[in-house]
Structures are given as structure tokens and as C-alpha cells.
Design a protein around this ligand. Structure first.
Ligand code: BT5
Length: 247
């Protein structure tokens, strides 16, 4: 299956059979003044997660980055991560995979307390505090890949592994992009749907934020994407960090 699968998108799509990272390519395009571009690859040789962690990206996945220039303050960027996770979870549900969302950026398949990672999202931005110059939303979906080819410690899964059959990547990607475009303009629906899919709400969590560790019960998610944690003494809203579900 060739990666150049002819998407009918409201933006330019750039295809690569193999590239180090679609986010890195999108950053180069942003620096050159581009906007409304999707970079899509069959394989990434240097895919990245948050904090420069490696993102394993063998052939068969949907590895893409969306570059756009919305007129929003930088602080609103987490709303795009939220919209992307909802778009990915809904697109997965539409092909029959019961995906949930773990705050802030993981789309998972959960069964019997076991959480298998299906999608990762990496949002990057540049600009002034009151106005982002560009935003890049990188979405990595383990579509038609064998979880054995992914890092075992991440407890990964894929659409094909969950379904027992490969998905049509053209149809899936088309739908994912459509949903993202819709949801990023409709934060109310995105937040409401996030709550519906959330595996984090109601759980005891431990969040490592840039300012320290917050532990307590996850009680809410608020626009543009903060998680409200009830520590027992107070309610703290965390806007970024690594989150562990404690039970
Ligand atoms: C993420 O980071 O989950 C964000 C991943 C974003 C990937 C997309 S693909 C298109 C675009 N181009 C890029 O270069 N990146 C974006 P984080 O939450 O930091 O999770 C990273 C961790 O996930 C790693 O440390 C591994 O443990 C695990 N991991 C790596 N590859 C995986 C995979 N394919 N599936 C599931 N887990 C994986």
C-alpha cells in the first residue's frame, strides 16, 4: 500500500515514504512561511514524542503533522492537543476500536485495567504570548503496524491488532483530518467529547508537572485543556505534564 493515497483535504498534503520526522519537516515549512499544510509519512526514522522521547514509527502507521496559523494566544495551544486526541479517538471508534483518552495526549485502548497506547500527539508552537505564529499538531497513529515492532515498555497496540485486519489508511486519515479541522474550531464540542472518552476522570492520578508533582483525584478537564486535580486539600489545575493513573 503506497503512502501517497490521494487525500481530498482542504489543505496541501505533502507525502513522504520515509522521513526523519513529519513534525521536524513541518517546522522547516513553517520557518519558510508555509501555512495549512499536512505532512504525512509512511515511515519515520527519527520520530519524536514529548521531551524529545523517541516515537517508534515503522511503515504502516499514520504519521502526520498539521501546520496552521490560528489567531490565538499561545496559552490556548493545549486546546489543539485536546481536539486532536478527540479526533483520533472518534476516528478509531468509527472503525470499531473502542479508544479512550488519557490526559493530556494519549489515546488508549483499555481493558481489565490494562492500558495499551494507540496514538500519541505532539503539539509544538512558536510566537508571542498573545498570538501564536504557528502551531504544529503531530499525530502518530499505530494503524497497520505490529505492536511487536513497537517498544514493549509502552504497552502499545494498533488498529490492525485490535481489529484483526488492516484499516484503509486513506479513509482513516481523511476522516481524522476532517474531524480535527471540525473540532479545533468547536472547542465546546471537543471538551464535551473529551469528557465522554476520558479514562482519566475519576481516577487517582500522579502528575509530574514542570513545577512539581501533583497527586489526587482527577475531577475535571477545563478549556483549553487543563486537568483539575483534587488533592484533598485543594483543587489544582495542571496544564502540562506526565500523568500516571494510580488506580
Ligand atoms: C507522544 O509522546 O505520545 C507523542 C508522539 C507524537 C508522534 C507524532 S508522529 C507524527 C509527528 N512526528 C513526530 O516526530 N512526532 C509526531 P510521549 O507522550 O512523550 O510518549 C512517548 C513514549 O511513547 C515513548 O517514550 C515510548 O515509551 C512510547 N512509544 C514510542 N513509540 C510508540 C508507538 N509507536 N506506540 C506507542 N507507544 C510508543
Amino acid at each position: 500500500e503506497a503512502v501517497e493515497y490521494g487525500l481530498d483535504a482542504p489543505f496541501e498534503v505533502e507525502y513522504h515514504d520515509s522521513i526523519p520526522s513529519t513534525n521536524a519537516r513541518a517546522r522547516d515549512l513553517a520557518a519558510a512561511g508555509a501555512e495549512d499544510v499536512v505532512v504525512l509519512a509512511d515511515e519515520q526514522t527519527g520520530g519524536r514524542g514529548r521531551l524529545d522521547r523517541e516515537w517508534s514509527s515503522p511503515s504502516g502507521g499514520v504519521w502526520l503533522s498539521i501546520l496552521f496559523r490560528p489567531d490565538v494566544p499561545m496559552a490556548q495551544a493545549p486546546a489543539f492537543t485536546l481536539a486532536a486526541s478527540v479526533a483520533a479517538a472518534r476516528a478509531a471508534r468509527e472503525v470499531g476500536v473502542d479508544a479512550g483518552i488519557k490526559w493530556p495526549n494519549d489515546v488508549l485502548v483499555e481493558s481489565d485495567g490494562d492500558e495499551r497506547k494507540l496514538v500519541g500527539i505532539l503539539t509544538e508552537m512558536e510566537g508571542e504570548a498573545d498570538r501564536a505564529s504557528w502551531i504544529i499538531v503531530g499525530i502518530g497513529v499505530n494503524a497497520n503496524v505490529d505492536p511487536e515492532d513497537l517498544p514493549a515498555e509502552a504497552n502499545p497496540t494498533s488498529l490492525s491488532a485490535e481489529l484483526g485486519d488492516p484499516v484503509d489508511r486513506r479513509v482513516f486519515t481523511q476522516r481524522l483530518l476532517e474531524l480535527f479541522e471540525e473540532l479545533r474550531r468547536d472547542p465546546e464540542t471537543a471538551v464535551a467529547e473529551w469528557r465522554e472518552y476520558a479514562t482519566t476522570l475519576g481516577k487517582r492520578v500522579r502528575v509530574e508537572t514542570p513545577d512539581g508533582v501533583v497527586e489526587g483525584e482527577a475531577v475535571a478537564v477545563e478549556f483549553p485543556g487543563g486537568l483539575v486535580v483534587d488533592t484533598g486539600d485543594e483543587r489544582v489545575t495542571v496544564s502540562a505534564g506526565d500523568c500516571d493513573h494510580l488506580r
